[in-house]
Design a protein around this ligand. Structure first.
Ligand code: BES
Ligand code: ZN
Ligand code: ZN
Length: 493
């Protein structure tokens, strides 16, 4: 999709479809509708005041051949309440506009930037949103689907802005939008295609393209290092495990300054192993590498943005299957850190691979840790599909992730990790066991991880409920969401 900026009156923009956000409040007041009414010879007021179209968030109304507009169609896009308007909403509206344009077979779309944001900021998020809306997850359909992709996006504002600043934000928005879509593609790939080895290949290709240094640790190397918690998970599978390392060129950890490691769970398929999962919805476990995908995408975007950030990425990639060689409930392994783990439930595998990857990140010099993982069903029970869970011991990063929400649109809700929760994962025969009891499952999973980060400031993001969207949204195709990519990038820009 070509993206450009036009400082223009919206009625003068030539395109197949012109999208114009409308706030709920302005219908009541009637004030800002004047321009739309002039453009449509009163049709806009007519559909709005008749109640036929209510500009609730993401509701849309398509008007053909508007009288005094060069565009062939005018799309009114409900923008909700003006005082609740954020950059995150602006991003979603651009995505909604593009999705309507796709289904109407429109190839060129203009989008009016509304709200009181700085134009370059608005341009960036609108570009991101348009790319998000233009993404389709039907990657394996063989019937000849005519391409419905929108080819051109024109961002329109009457406010004067420096073209240089705007072009820079189009570039940045394009990088971030494509990164999110890249993570979605990985999440949507079936597990027969996206094995740990193929995930490593994709990371290598994408990382190299964007300027990252990519290194992949093989099984023998992990054995030598003593990553037995990670290796225990992949034992049942014929697919060898991979530990993917991503670095920004020239960025090396220093003793005193903060250096982050982003650690993403990369379980390319989670059957549960010997503690096998029920059949219903097991197919969703192809996306159990969504945390890893978010890390690959975010790191690539940071490289492409040309930023010098003190950060590296680690993705432990494994397939969790039952077989004659699989880990059994009750098995005990010695982790990289030296702590022993009693594996009570082989379906609590994410924390096992993260335990070793987090400990390894520390040996590489990381002194701030962030892990992102589709870790627990309990987190989905607690927070549903709206907020991701967030826990940890790094107050500054926790706060920054929380407050980035109005920009990124990604919601994190902090859960407690008081010391008393650790009791649930005491083992009779080893240092720790990998599951607690029925209660507070998202928290006991975090307590398990905390054993391996020890005193290093750390944030744990449980994205189990938000990595997939089964319903679809006005602004998004069904399937993987790429959740977390924008927040991880936002921490460093
Ligand atoms: N990958 C799952 C968690 C998950 C559940 C992700 C639903 C997305 C949607 C994880 O490996 C898992 O199986 N966790 C178990 C832990 C339990 C055995 C303590 C769970 O949540 O049931
Ligand atoms: Zn599992
Ligand atoms: Zn899992």
């Amino acid at each position: 999709m070509r993206i450009e900026f036009q400082p223009n009156n919206f009625s003068d923009v030539e395109c197949d479809l012109l999208a114009h956000p409308v706030f709920e409040d302005e219908v009541r007041e009637g004030t800002s509708l004047r321009a739309l009414d002039h453009a449509t010879k009163g049709v806009a007021s007519s559909v709005l005041t008749s109640g036929e179209f209510k500009p609730e968030l993401h509701h849309t109304c398509l008007i053909h051949r508007p009288a005094r507009v060069k565009a062939h169609r005018l799309l009114l896009v409900g923008a909700g309440k003006e005082r609740e308007f954020t950059l995150a909403r602006l991003r979603e509206l651009a995505a909604t506009a593009v999705r309507v344009a796709r289904s109407a077979r429109c190839k060129s779309v203009a989008f009016c930037l509304r709200g009181s944001f700085k134009t370059p900021d608005a341009v960036r998020v609108a570009a991101e949103g348009a790319l998000y809306g233009n993404y389709e997850s039907e990657i394996y359909k063989t019937r000849d689907i005519e391409t419905q992709e929108v080819q051109q996006l024109i961002l329109v504002s009457e406010r004067k802005t420096r073209q240089g600043a705007v072009n820079e934000e189009i570039r940045r928005g394009t990088i971030i939008g494509n990164a999110v879509n890249f993570a979605r593609t990985l999440g949507n790939e079936p597990a027969n295609i996206l094995t740990p080895a193929r995930l490593a290949e994709r990371a290598l290709a994408e990382g190299t393209r964007s300027g990252l240094e990519v290194q992949v640790l093989e099984r023998d190397e992990m054995e030598r290092l003593g990553m037995n918690a990670l290796l225990a998970v992949s034992r049942g599978s014929e697919q060898p495990p991979k530990l993917i390392l991503l670095r920004l060129p020239g960025m090396k950890p220093q003793k005193k300054a903060p250096f982050f490691a982003l650690v993403g769970k990369g379980v390319t398929f989670d059957s549960g192993g010997i503690s096998i999962k029920p059949a219903e919805k097991m197919e969703d476990m192809k996306a159990d590498m969504s945390g890893g995908a978010a890390v690959i995408a975010a790191m690539s975007a940071l490289a492409e943005l040309g930023l010098q950030c003190p950060v590296m990425g680690l993705i432990p990639a494994v397939e969790n299957l039952p077989s004659g060689s699989a880990t059994k409930p009750g098995d005990v392994v010695r982790s990289l850190l030296g702590k022993t783990i009693e594996i009570i439930n082989t379906d609590a595998e994410g924390r096992l691979i993260l335990a070793d990857a987090l400990a390894y990140a520390r040996t590489l010099g990381a002194n701030r840790l962030i892990d992102i993982a589709t870790l627990t069903g309990a987190c989905v029970v607690a927070l549903g599909h709206i907020n991701a869970g967030m826990m940890g011991t790094d107050p500054e990063t926790l706060e920054r992730l929380k407050s980035a929400r109005s920009i990124t649109g990604e919601r994190f809700w902090q859960l407690p990790i008081d010391e008393e929760y650790r009791k649930a994962i005491r083992s009779e025969i080893a240092d720790i066991k990998n599951v607690g009891n029925r209660w507070g499952g998202a928290i006991t999973a975090a307590k398990f991880l905390q054993e391996f980060v020890e005193d290093t400031p750390w944030v744990h993001l449980d994205i189990a409920g938000v990595d997939l969207d089964h319903d679809g949204q006005p602004f998004a195709a069904k399937g993987a969401t790429g959740f977390g990519v924008r927040s991880l990038i936002q921490l460093f820009i």
